[in-house]
Design a protein around this ligand. Sequence first.
Ligand code: FES
Length: 182
Amino acid sequence: METNETATATEDTEQEEINLAPAEEIIKNLPDNSRSHLIPTLQKIQVAYRYLPPPAMELLSEFLNITRAEIYGVISFYPVLLTTEPGKYIIKLCYGTACFVKGAPIIGDKMHERYHMRPGDTDPTKLFTLQTASCLGNCGAAPMAIIGDDTYGNIDPEKTLDILGEYTLGDAETPETEEATA
Ligand code: FES
């Protein structure tokens, strides 16, 4: 969980860089300041920014009258909610049972060797952020991964590195989607 102090420090460095207009618009359109709006509003802010900028969390904290510590406590329960800007492509590597027994951890180790990232990390170039998933819904194609908007099945360590090598920071287009097959 990100501490309040960490959030404050990050906020200090990002305050001038973040355009708060999208967050202000989202918050302004809330019907009231009920706490029940917290999670849906976090989701909307993340869609707008790809993560949850600390200055936007400050605005939300003030409007909903919830401390930032409480907000970050909620965020910590949902791995999909990101407190730092993710890489250009988010990788969801399935660690569900079928994928796990078919070698997903070995694929994760290969990603670490090549890109120096463990689940939850962004690689140093900010090309990828690695997340794990409990099941991507196509166990017959295990092991599976989603990279950005593309779904890949029946992957192995070498194939995965080949696929990842097709993604670059300068891409205008993502590599051709390879649909998983059952
Ligand atoms: S366990 Fe990986 S797709 Fe179901």
